[in-house]
Design a protein around this ligand. Structure first.
Ligand code: HH2
Length: 400
């Protein structure tokens, strides 16, 4: 069977706590049931998921994997050429999979790109990310906790509570006192259907907080506008968090480049006005990952020195999409950038628990621990003290 399409091959990390989801994925790939049994027994917890291999490439990949001491599970019809394309699941140590990647680089049938991508992905597996905020380097071996401060009348959780500058500054100090590593201050709600806010209005809300706090602590500014980012950077802000990833105002990246600030690029499908109207994906992890890789490369081309990626929990996603993304943080972390997760009090927690916003603390903590366990580097939360405590206890338990 021949295939003349030029759809690219892609590779990303998958991580399983038990063999069951690995078996499910292999069954979906069309691996022979006997092969599933053999492969599941060699299950290692972390694997590479390769999509869209040409038949010939799948055959070569299988041979190279076996010769390097790794395993490649491919569609059972690859060997008889009854399928034109196959996905593959690759099991093995980082060293073995890296060696396979090196052997594929330079080969034909799309294997060159795959081999190079495999090397990049595997190199990111055990690398420790770090983030530089105002000259201090944070090693992200444990997740950084970012406290949310919304200086807005309409944010879904804390809207209207901190609109007065004095109340906002007090809240920032409280979040820091609770153990926040950074305070993320925003002057525009991005909840579904939120009202537009002018740059002047947004600045009048966030600047007093930045001016009061940034001289002593790292402050991140949650904004889609370069004018707001610039004034905050001049006042000492340490990071810019842009839920539009520079699509609303590309000049935000230039501000980060000029002031040497980390830049958070977040995935959103649609706009805040329409994002929750029946969002659909063929492959939510693949699409969000590709988007983040593309926006991160774009930001770097603008001169940004440090990029943070965020899948945008709740931004154009159903409950299932959110859960799949949280479970697949390793597929985002393998891009090599720190991963931020903003799950706190969001509606997926409400959908799972039936709780209103104020009753979502326990659910949000569970999501924080789940994301941390999957390798999230930065957690953006409302409940800083509780999150810090939960993380400390979970990490002590797993270290013993
Ligand atoms: N979520 C919100 C706002 N900004 N930034 C990043 N990087 N990631 C997120 O998930 C994220 C974000 C929405 O939450 P919140 O700030 O609490 O509400 P609102 O947008 O209504 O102010």
């Amino acid at each position: 069977m021949t295939d003349d399409t030029d759809d690219p091959v892609s590779v990303r990390t998958v991580s399983f706590d038990t063999p069951a989801p690995a078996r499910e994925l292999m069954a979906a790939i069309g691996v022979h049931p006997q092969g599933v049994d053999i492969m599941a027994a060699k299950f290692t917890g972390r694997a590479l998921y390769v999509k869209n291999l040409k038949n010939v490439a799948a055959n070569i990949l299988k041979q190279e994997a076996l010769s390097a001491g790794a395993e490649a599970a491919v569609n059972k019809h690859v060997v008889t050429c009854r399928v034109a394309r196959s996905d593959a699941l690759l099991f093995g140590t980082a060293a073995a999979l890296g060696a396979v990647g090196e052997k594929l680089a330079g080969q034909d049938f799309g294997l060159d790109g795959l081999g190079k991508a495999m090397c990049r992905v595997v190199a990111a597996w055990d690398a420790v990310s770090s983030l530089e905020l105002k000259g201090k380097t944070y090693r992200l071996e444990r997740p950084l906790v970012i406290g949310i401060l919304n200086v807005t009348p309409d944010s879904f959780s804390d809207g209207g509570r901190f609109l007065e500058p004095a109340a906002a500054v007090n809240r920032a100090r409280e979040l820091l006192g609770h153990g926040a590593d950074v305070v993320d201050v925003g002057g525009e709600s991005t909840r579904p259907g939120a009202a537009y806010v002018s740059a002047e209005e947004e600045l009048s809300r966030v600047l007093p907080v930045v001016e009061a706090i940034a001289p002593d602590y790292p402050v991140s500014v949650d904004t889609r506008k370069a004018a707001v980012a610039r004034k905050c950077a001049q006042a000492g802000a340490a990071m810019v968090n842009d839920v539009s990833a520079g699509r609303d105002d590309p000049a935000v990246a230039a501000v980060c480049a000029e002031f040497g600030l980390p830049y958070v690029v977040m995935h959103m499908k649609g706009t805040p006005a329409d994002m929750q109207q029946d969002p659909r994906y063929d492959d939510v992890v693949g699409e969000v990952r590709d988007f983040l890789a593309q926006r991160a490369a774009w930001a770097e081309a603008q001169g940004v020195a440090q990029v943070v990626v965020d899948p945008g929990i709740g931004f154009g996603k159903t409950l299932e999409h959110n859960l799949t993304l949280l479970n697949n943080v390793p597929a985002l972390a393998d891009l090599g950038y720190p991963v931020m997760i903003g799950h706190s009090r969001k509606s997926f927690v409400g959908k799972l628990t039936g709780e209103e916003v104020d009753g979502r603390l326990a659910g949000s903590l569970a999501a924080a621990l789940g994301a941390a366990r999957r390798g999230a580097h930065i957690l953006r939360v409302h409940d800083v003290a509780a999150t810090a405590q939960a993380l400390a206890v979970a990490s002590a338990v797993t270290a013993s």
